[in-house]
Ligand binder design. Structure first.
Ligand code: CP
Ligand code: NVA
Length: 320
């Protein structure tokens, strides 16, 4: 195991902001290594005997299944915990839940609403806490996205990614950190009302300037995609935003990822989407199913990226 990976042992994975370029690269390299081992049929019991609790306050297909399969294939076990079935539902405080679960588990993955919930859980937990999505960030998804981009283009250097749609959501915010850390130019194309949080843009700009890459925020969809090699979109109505559905569908229509917009991007551009997708809202069926789409490679890479994250944080015990 390389030195950088060793240094990640016992840490939380709450936002990509907390990790350096070299650390993220090491996790991606480890993910690729374990992916290759698994494809060759080699068993990789890096986490034999470890238990990962997976606490969900929102629905999930990919995050839930990929984490559970990942920990199983690494020799450990996953425990699915729905917040509806825990005493949390009856008002048991997060800080008590965190200390109790830390006594049983080697790691806790959480999907919740407010980012403050996960930071409180992490403050009181003595084992690594992994963010499986909050309203603010979705860092594990971006690790799978970066793995997919690296597999496609071999390197991040000089690449440009465009994210279209709801620029204020968890995906846009985590992509801003993930791309700026890796030196990928990132453009967010969104209506002004849906521009990303200003403090996050400013931090990402600072990181990008050190990596020699650029960040652009625009409300012009055609300008946003011009010559971009990676086009990315996400749902217009995130979990928790359902009350604004009608307004959002109307506001975000000009940012639909369709064949016309795709034609304005780089000729070798690929299309990513974290899924679930709403066809004919943020993306057309023809783009989803088209030659440039890598969305299902990206979805499979959730499994491989999770393994890199889990092994880095959980190998040889928690932070104690
Ligand atoms: N992309 C993603 O996190 O999918 P799920 O909501 O199905 O976990
Ligand atoms: N922005 C979406 C991502 C789903 C994986 C949501 O939070 O619902």
């Amino acid at each position: 195991m390389d030195r950088t990976i060793e240094s990640l042992k016992g840490r939380d994975f709450l936002t990509l902001k907390d990790f350096g370029k070299e650390e993220l690269e090491s996790i991606l390299d480890l993910s690729s290594k374990i992916k290759k081992e698994q494809k060759q049929g080699t068993k990789t019991p890096y986490l034999a005997g470890k238990t990962l609790g997976m606490l969900f306050e929102k629905p999930s297909t990919r995050t839930r299944v990929s984490f559970e399969v990942a920990i199983h294939q690494l020799g450990g076990m996953g425990l699915f915990l729905s917040s509806n079935d825990l005493q949390l539902k009856r008002g048991e405080p997060i800080k008590d839940t965190a200390r109790v679960l830390s006594g049983y588990l080697d790691g806790i993955m959480v999907r919740t609403f407010s980012h403050d919930t996960i930071t409180e859980l992490s403050d009181y937990s003595s084992v690594p806490v992994i963010n499986g999505l909050t309203d603010l960030y979705h860092p594990c998804q971006v690790m799978a996205d970066l793995l997919t981009i690296k597999e496609e283009f071999d390197s991040f250097s000089g690449l440009s990614l465009t994210y279209l749609g709801d620029g204020k959501n968890n995906m846009a915010h985590s992509l801003l950190y993930g791309c700026s850390k890796m030196g990928i130019n990132i453009t967010i194309g969104a209506p002004k009302k849906y521009f990303p949080r200003e403090d996050i843009v400013n931090e990402a700009k600072e990181i990008a300037s050190k990596q020699g890459s650029k960040i652009k925020i625009t409300d012009d969809p055609a300008e946003a995609v011009a010559e971009s090699q990676v086009l990315y979109t996400d749902v217009w109505v995130s979990m928790g935003d359902e009350a604004e559905k009608e307004e959002r569908l109307k506001d975000l229509t000009p940012f639909q990822l369709n064949d016309d917009l795709l034609a304005k991007a780089h000729q070798d551009a690929i299309v990513l989407h974290c899924l679930p997708a709403h066809r004919d809202e943020e993306i057309t069926d023809s783009v989803m199913e088209g030659k440039k789409s890598r969305v299902f490679v990206e979805a499979e890479n959730r499994l491989h990226a999770q393994k890199g994250i889990l092994v880095s944080l959980m190998m040889d015990g928690g932070r104690g």
